[in-house]
Write a protein that binds this ligand. Structure first.
Ligand code: F6P
Length: 342
């Protein structure tokens, strides 16, 4: 058991729907145990800049009223390259000491967790991470806050694209987010019945020309069989130049007309779905309770439907891989290929 009085909290990196629900949950749990919660604005920048004193604010129950359903983050977020330097880390640690913070809770993704890990060398307080990123790429937790909403948003968008694609019997390449992993791509692709999914898990740049030819052949076969609409869900950062370039190359190589559609930041916004609100709320309470238990340098995780603690250092060791059963099912059975479905 520790004697904490003041908990610092911040959101860092790409915002994710459900971050507000997590902030709310931390504040409610902290009030329950009679701790003050100090919110730092703009991610780690709130700890770094001269105006940090103005940016730190004690969060009351009023501040977090009516935010569980809101996307974005009331604390704002940012990326903070300064946290990569010794000087930045020392500045952040100095602010925490000056503000008499006993424990820091950060909601963010793997890059932000690395910042937290580096901070521990400069600051003796307790450090807890809550996984919040639409990418779902953090190892050791089944889900990250925001992933379910982002998948839902992308599916809703692609269902609409399907209507117009079907009406015109068009081919669409829809690019989805995920940074360097295909959790969103495969989950969205399968759930919206995409004819093809192209992501890091089933494509290598060395096979670019062969993949292009295969795609063109498969699209031609589908058209030959009057298949109607045809949707390729493409992971961002996987094809050089993205969906627009792939559409251009298919036209050039095989005279295939494709419409490119980049979903982009629409996937980061919107009201969190119940799954994200619940995950965020459970994790927020668990983070405060972990502080009371004296836990240090951990990430709150969910595994097999239960909340647990994972060493921060383990959480950032590897990028979480996409469920292989999903990848295999899409590749071997669901994808629209001559071999599979005609
Ligand atoms: O990590 C979340 C994420 O939305 C990624 O999916 C995407 O690659 C990246 O952030 C986009 O970052 P930014 O909003 O800084 O362009």
């Amino acid at each position: 058991m520790t004697a904490i009085k003041r908990i610092g909290i911040l959101t860092s990196g790409g915002d994710a729907p459900g971050m507000n629900a997590a902030i709310r949950s931390v504040v409610i749990a902290a009030h329950h145990y009679h701790f003050a919660v100090i919110g730092f604005y703009h991610g780690f920048n709130g700890l770094l800049h001269d105006e940090h004193i103005k940016q730190a604010q004690q969060l009351s129950l009023e501040d977090i009223h009516n935010i569980i359903q809101r996307g974005g983050t009331i604390l704002k977020s940012a990326r903070c390259p300064e946290m990569l330097s010794e000087k930045g880390l020392i500045k952040a640690a100095t602010t925490l000491t000056n503000e008499k913070i006993d424990a820091l809770i950060m909601i963010g993704g793997d890059g932000s967790f690395k910042g937290l890990l580096d901070l521990q060398a400069h600051w003796p307080g307790q450090i807890i991470g809550i996984p919040g990123t639409i990418d779902n790429d953090l190892d050791s937790t089944d889900f990250t806050i925001g992933f379910a909403t982002a998948v839902n948003t992308a599916i809703e968008a692609i269902d609409k694209i399907r209507d117009t694609a079907d009406a015109f019997e068009r081919i669409f390449i829809v690019e989805v987010m995920g940074r360097h992993s295909g959790h969103i791509t495969f989950n969205v692709g399968i759930a919206c019945g995409a004819e093809q999914v192209l992501s890091f898990e089933n494509f290598s740049i060395d096979d670019k020309q062969a993949t292009l030819q295969k795609l063109a052949d498969e699209i031609n076969t589908a058209q030959h069989h009057h298949q109607g609409s045809y949707i390729i869900v493409l992971a961002e950062n996987v094809w050089p130049g993205g969906a627009v370039a792939l559409a251009g190359e298919l036209k050039h190589k095989a005279n295939v007309d494709c419409t490119a559609c980049v979903l982009g930041h629409i996937q980061r916004g919107g009201s969190p779905v119940p799954k994200d609100r619940l995950l965020a709320t459970k994790m927020g309470v668990a983070a405060v309770q972990a502080l009371i238990e004296g836990k240090h340098n951990i990430m709150i995780a969910e595994q097999n439907n239960g909340i647990c603690h994972v060493a921060l250092v383990d959480a950032v060791k590897h990028q979480k891989t996409v469920n292989q059963q999903l990848v295999d099912a899409q590749q071997n059975i669901l994808a629209l290929t001559a071999q599979n479905q005609y």
